[in-house]
Design a protein around this ligand. Structure first.
Ligand SMILES: [Zn+2]
Length: 80
């Protein structure tokens, strides 16, 4: 049986998770899938992947695939 463990959040249309643990679990699944895809293409694991989880101003957790630079810009925008 499959459960839906994400929600919508007021900050965006992204999937939102109620806590960090749930978000990291989902991130782990996404990374494993991506690693398999990358290995099948390039024969090695990707370097410097930037997937991460973060807590938004609504207190929900999201996944991001943004690069570090764009993430920092995003975070700076968010803080402003
Ligand atoms: Zn949010």
């Amino acid at each position: 049986m499959k459960t839906v463990d994400f929600h919508l959040c007021g900050c965006s249309d992204k999937r939102a998770f109620p806590d960090k643990r749930t978000a990291e679990k989902a991130l782990g699944r996404a990374q494993a899938k991506r690693d398999r895809q990358a290995q099948s293409i390039r024969g090695r694991a990707p370097i410097g992947r930037e997937n991460r989880v973060y807590e938004c101003e609504f207190g929900m957790w999201h996944l991001t695939k943004q690069s570090r630079r764009s993430y920092d810009e995003y975070a700076a925008h968010y803080a402003a």
